[in-house]
Design a protein around this ligand. Structure first.
Ligand code: FEC
Length: 307
């Protein structure tokens, strides 16, 4: 007999229209409204990448692809998809309530972010669990999947494809910058959070699996809180690497994200490219995973370890 199981896919969320930007930004800042200047700065960044972010559409497609892949992988289970977002409707709590209304009693949760931090994946899972507990829904959480062989294979292929565009005799003058979203340093250190080590482990695995010789770990997209964040920032790192080694080619893999969105299209494709242009180096940023089958199946493989 087929059993129906909820598949709660959680993601960051993005404004659907311009008037959503202010409440979305306020939600990101835990209810504190941005100043006019901060709001305008964010609106300008969205404008720069084409008005709004492609994130909403991509999140939907990734969630659908995951549901299909899971339903093909499990013979006696029918996964029913629910999308729960962190900073805009449908919020995580709304998705869990919907599961309850549909009679779901057990669900798998997965966040569209490959590395675990108690401030990212942990906070999504906590919100889902608090709501699920109200209804007695049993949850099976995926905590990370960056280490899954298919995830590493996806990025290894992209790195090797990018290297193939660079003359062989310049591979020694090429550096891979592996990055994720920065987080406040004090909180990470105080909690002995695994996040920085997971990014380092990703970088090491990619160095072993791909043909790249030189690698560096960086952080990006840090917020403006007046407190120190995990560093080095990818832009400062680019300058430092150039000053120390005179690399000609910089390959950016923002492996902490899973698709093209504001933080990649602006923080990498604009801000890092500006630095590369300044120092006269070549900028490369391979395509993000989106709905690539290797990426989707990496998540399926991780789900199989928790359910
Ligand atoms: O394309 C889009 O429209 C949205 C892209 C987007 C993603 C994303 C992922 C992460 N964030 C994480 C942490 C923080 C912390 C703060 C913070 C601030 C912002 C702002 C925007 C934004 N984030 Fe984000 N993040 C995205 C977008 N993020 C916009 C506000 C303006 C700015 O600072 O740029 C700081 C909050 C504060 O000020 O107190 C912390 C983490 C991730 C990766 C994991 C995940 O996806 O959940 C961690 C995508």
């Amino acid at each position: 007999m087929t059993k129906t199981i909820g598949l709660l896919v959680m993601a960051y969320g993005t404004p659907y229209k311009e008037s959503d930007i202010e409440p979305y930004y306020t939600d990101i800042r835990h209810g504190k409204r941005p100043t006019e200047e901060e709001l305008q700065d964010l609106k300008d960044r969205y404008e720069f990448i084409g008005g709004l972010s492609p994130l909403a559409g991509t999140t939907d497609r990734q969630a659908e692809a995951l549901k299909h892949a899971l339903n093909e992988s499990y013979e006696d289970v029918e996964f029913q998809l629910y999308l729960g977002l962190k900073h805009i409707s449908p919020y995580i709590e709304e998705a869990v309530e919907k599961m309850h209304n549909d009679g779901i009693e057990e669900a798998v949760t997965v966040v569209l972010a490959p590395h675990y931090s108690s401030f990212s994946v942990g906070s999504y899972n906590k919100r889902a669990k608090e709501e699920a507990d109200k209804y007695g829904i049993k949850l099976h959480h995926v905590e990370h999947y960056y280490h899954q062989p298919k995830f590493i294979e996806y990025w290894t292929n992209k790195i090797n494809e990018t290297l193939a565009q660079i003359p062989q005799d310049e591979h020694d003058e090429t550096i891979l910058v592996v990055s994720a979203h920065s987080l406040p340093k004090g909180l990470i250190e105080k909690n002995n959070d695994p996040y920085p080590n997971e990014l380092k482990d990703t970088m090491n695995r990619l160095q072993v699996a791909s043909n790249i010789k030189h690698v560096a770990q960086g952080w990006q997209s840090e917020g403006n809180t007046g407190t120190p964040w995990l560093g080095p920032d990818v832009q400062d790192l680019t300058r430092a690497l150039y000053n120390d080694h005179h690399y000609k080619h910089f390959i950016y893999t923002p492996v902490g994200f899973v698709c093209e969105h504001l933080e990649v299209l602006y923080d990498n494709d604009y801000e890092c490219k500006v630095v590369c242009d300044e120092i006269g180096a070549n900028y490369y940023r391979p395509k993000m995973p989106n709905t690539d089958p290797l990426f989707i199946h990496a998540i399926v493989d991780e789900i199989k370890t928790v359910f």
